[in-house]
Structures are given as structure tokens and as C-alpha cells.
Ligand binder design. Structure first.
Ligand code: HAM
Length: 435
């Protein structure tokens, strides 16, 4: 037999890692509640056509695709947004707006495995559907800011842009959508020179090239100043002006609304996905050069999938990468440990009673592990100690006759004989408050 391993790019999450992932997930769920988002669960497998439609060349090429036994061309989802847009175009078509929906789950991309880049990874994904207004974009950013704060990250920052700036310029020069997408893909990969060459080859005006060049260089932390700079660069391009105004309005709202975070506004910033129409953003920490999350406004995707024209904005948080950033910044998850007790019995005839007591403890919310290896008390206690269990209940024939059990404190190495009916109270009394 060969030695079995996980497939390349796939990982096992051992208990500690799994607990950290679930911790971040739990916080995203808490925030979903606080911001009024409702969970939906969509399938991991969707039709290839749906997933490929607007995901962008990069993701399209990295999709896991296959034919099922019925000859259907399918794919493993590389993101959630396509599935949510499908729902909006079909089942949820007539739902009153706005709709706030979220999903948590695993996604699949055939990326080259490296630090923070996996072929199976996890996202919490939030979509606010039905509003074109800056308030909606601001809500998504506020929620994300709260998430990063709550998991304890520091020095994180948002890279912010608006696809309407570059698209507005190119559109005015009659560059069609396909070529615009190609230019945006190059910008996403920071290949600014190649993007300019491609634009030149498309015979855009010299003024357009000069404007793009300027745009690719504009970035900064001070939103008022950067917005003014972009405005003066695109003053001849009406649609690009609308985009900057919109971006400025959202940033102003965040500021006046008290949603504060570090940011870098970059006029030539683009994202790989093709469906964005408005403000876009990604999250970074100084210790990592990969994004912890990303999103933006996509006002035309739902109608492209056959739905009503429906504006929407959303974000996906990369749960794996958030846990990596927590590790780098040494902000361990605050995982609440349960009261844990080991139940050990002396002599075969106490087996049933041990099972009964373990059951009684669980009913009272105490995690109880029954000794199942038939070990002597000392061996069983050593094992409990090794695994960090703080208390043991020992059932011996002498005590049982009097309706009593032994409760052992593993840390203090002392034990008391107590009446069975006081066991739960006693365990609670002896459990440290944080545990
Ligand atoms: P995305 O930028 O493709 O956006 O992915 C969002 C986040 O998922 C990334 O920032 C990253 O944290 C994580 N991620 C992506 N690929 C990998 C990978 N190979 N390994 C580990 N983590 C990864 C979207 O998926 C959009 N659907 C976001 C969105 C929602 N836009 C609007 N609504």
C-alpha cells in the first residue's frame, strides 16, 4: 500500500487549528447577527457556466471542473458571489430589498500552494443586495473593520479603489468590455507597464495614455487629498468623475460616521474578478503580502444572470489567512474551555454507574470523558493530566456504598470524598472562572 497523503494543496485541520478556524468563523457569525445578515447555504458544486461567467480569467483557469455521470459540466465553487447572484436572479428574485445574506464555507481554486495560498480554503462572505447608496458600501466596510478588531488584529489596512475610474477612461475611448477586462487583469497583477502597452495597441488617444499613467501613480492615505488628485487627473472623463465622486462620498461617510481604519487609496487598483462596477477593497497586514479579504460593488451581475437589475455590494473574508495573520501578530484566539472531567471507576461492577454519572454531568453541561481503556486509576489520572483535564471523578466500591464519589483536583493533587448529589455543584465551584 502507498503511504496516503492529503492531495496537493489540501490540508487537515488538527484540533488546535480547527478550533482557531472555528473561532474566527464564530466571530463572523456574531457580526452577521449584529449587522442583520442572514445565513444561506449554497452547494459546493455548481454548473461550470455559472461559475465561469464573470469570475475573471485568473479564477476561470484555476477552477476544478469535471463532468458528472450525467454528462453535465460542473465545477467546485471558487467563490460564493456567483451562487448568491444565481439565487437573486431566480428563487429570491421577488424578495423585498435590501437583502443581507452571508455564507461560510470552503472554496476551491487550483492555485500554486504556498504560504497562505491553498487549493481548499474558507471564507465568510457577506452580500448586501438592493442598494446603490454609499451607506451600503460603508456597512460592509464597517462590518469587516469590526471583524478584524474583534479577532485582535493590529495595523491592518484597507487597499481601496474604484473600478469606475479606469473603466470610465477606457469606455470614453471606445475600448470594449473584453479589452477593458484584459487591462484590469494586468492591473490586478500590478503590471502597469503592460497595461499601458495594451492600451496603446488599442489605439487610444495620447491624452488617455497620459491620464492612465498619472492614475496608476496616484495613491495615498489621506482620502481628501487623493480624491482631489484623482479628480484633477480625470477631469475630462465624465464617467470616471462620477466614480471618483462616489468613492469620495463613501470615504466621507465612513469618516463622519466614525468608522476608522488605515487605508491606502490607489486609483489604479483592480481586482481579478470581472463583475465589479464600483468601489473595491482588499485587506492587508504588514506581516503578509497577500490579502486577508476582498470585495466590492457589483451592480450588474444579477441582471447578467437573468435577474432584475439589482445593485449589490459585498466582501469575502479569507478565514485561513486571518488565522495566519493572528499567528503572525500573536493574537491567540480566546477559546472558551469547557469544564472537563474524567470519570474513572474501580472494578468492573461500577461500569454502569460510571456511565450514569458521566451522563448526569453532561446533562449539567460538564464535559465528561469516561475511562474506556480499562486502566488502573493512576494510569488513567496520568493520561487525564497529560491532556489538561483538571478534575477527575473516581468511583470506588467503598464510597459507592455510601452514595459518595471521589473528586480529584488534578492541579492541586488533592481529593475529597463527596455525596453524589453535590458533585455538580462541587465541580462548578472548583472550576476556574475563565474555564
Ligand atoms: P477574492 O479576492 O477572490 O474575492 O477572495 C477573497 C479572499 O479569499 C482573499 O482575499 C483571500 O483572503 C481568500 N482567498 C482567495 N484565494 C485563496 C487561496 N487560494 N487560499 C487561501 N485564501 C484564499 C472573492 O472571492 C469575492 N467573491 C469577494 C466578494 C464578495 N466580492 C463581492 N462580494
Amino acid at each position: 500500500m502507498p503511504e496516503f497523503k492529503t492531495a496537493r494543496g489540501m490540508r487537515d485541520f488538527l484540533p488546535k487549528e480547527a478550533a482557531t478556524m472555528r473561532y474566527v468563523e464564530a466571530i463572523t457569525r456574531e457580526l452577521a447577527g449584529l449587522y442583520g445578515f442572514q445565513e444561506i447555504i449554497t452547494p459546493i458544486i455548481e454548473s461550470y457556466e455559472l461559475l465561469a461567467a464573470k469570475s475573471g480569467e485568473e479564477i476561470r483557469q484555476r477552477m476544478y471542473t469535471f463532468e458528472d455521470l450525467g454528462g453535465r459540466k460542473l465545477g467546485l465553487r471558487p467563490e460564493f458571489t456567483a451562487s448568491i447572484a444565481r439565487l437573486m436572479a431566480t428563487t429570491l428574485r421577488n424578495e423585498p430589498k435590501p437583502l443581507r445574506l452571508y455564507c461560510v464555507g470552503s472554496l476551491y481554486r487550483y492555485d500554486e500552494p504556498q504560504f497562505g495560498r491553498f487549493r481548499e480554503f474558507w471564507q465568510s462572505n457577506f452580500e448586501l443586495i438592493g442598494s446603490t447608496r454609499p451607506e451600503a458600501d460603508a456597512e460592509i466596510l464597517a462590518l469587516t473593520n469590526d471583524l478584524l478588531k474583534r479577532v485582535g488584529l493590529q495595523n491592518y489596512w484597507f487597499k481601496i479603489g474604484h473600478v469606475g475610474i479606469v473603466r470610465g477612461i477606457l469606455g470614453a475611448e471606445d475600448v470594449g468590455e473584453e479589452n477593458q477586462n484584459k487591462i484590469m487583469q494586468l492591473l490586478d497583477k500590478k503590471q502597469w507597464a503592460d497595461a499601458l502597452t495594451l492600451a496603446k495597441n488599442l489605439k487610444v488617444s495620447d491624452q488617455c495614455i497620459a491620464t492612465l499613467k498619472k492614475i496608476f501613480e496616484i495613491k495615498g492615505k489621506n482620502s481628501d487629498r487623493v480624491i482631489e488628485e484623482i479628480k484633477s487627473a480625470v477631469v475630462r472623463y465624465e464617467k470616471a468623475m462620477f466614480a471618483v465622486d462616489n468613492l469620495g462620498e463613501i470615504l466621507e461617510l465612513l469618516k463622519t460616521g466614525g468608522v476608522e481604519f488605515d487605508m491606502s487609496i490607489e486609483a489604479g487598483f483592480a481586482r481579478g474578478l470581472e463583475y465589479y462596477t464600483g468601489m473595491i477593497y482588499e485587506i492587508y497586514v504588514p506581516e503578509m503580502d497577500i490579502a486577508l479579504g476582498g470585495g466590492g460593488r457589483y451592480d450588474r451581475l444579477i441582471e447578467l444572470f437573468g435577474g432584475e437589475p439589482t445593485p449589490a455590494t459585498g466582501i469575502a473574508h479569507g478565514i485561513d489567512r486571518i488565522t495566519l495573520a493572528m499567528e503572525k501578530q500573536q493574537t491567540p484566539p480566546l477559546i472558551r474551555t469547557q469544564k472537563r472531567v474524567m470519570v474513572i471507576f474501580i472494578g468492573e461492577e461500577l461500569k454502569s454507574e460510571a456511565l450514569r454519572i458521566a451522563s448526569m454531568l453532561r446533562t449539567a453541561g460538564v464535559s465528561a470523558e469516561l475511562e474506556v481503556m480499562g486502566r488502573a486509576v493512576t494510569r488513567a489520572l496520568q493520561d487525564a493530566d497529560r491532556r489538561g483535564i483538571k478534575q477527575a471523578v473516581i468511583l470506588g466500591p467503598k464510597e459507592m456504598e455510601k452514595g459518595e464519589v471521589i473528586l480529584r483536583d488534578m492541579e492541586k493533587r488533592e481529593q475529597h470524598t463527596i455525596k453524589k448529589q453535590y458533585l455538580i455543584k462541587e465541580i462548578e465551584k472548583r472550576t476556574p472562572h475563565s474555564a
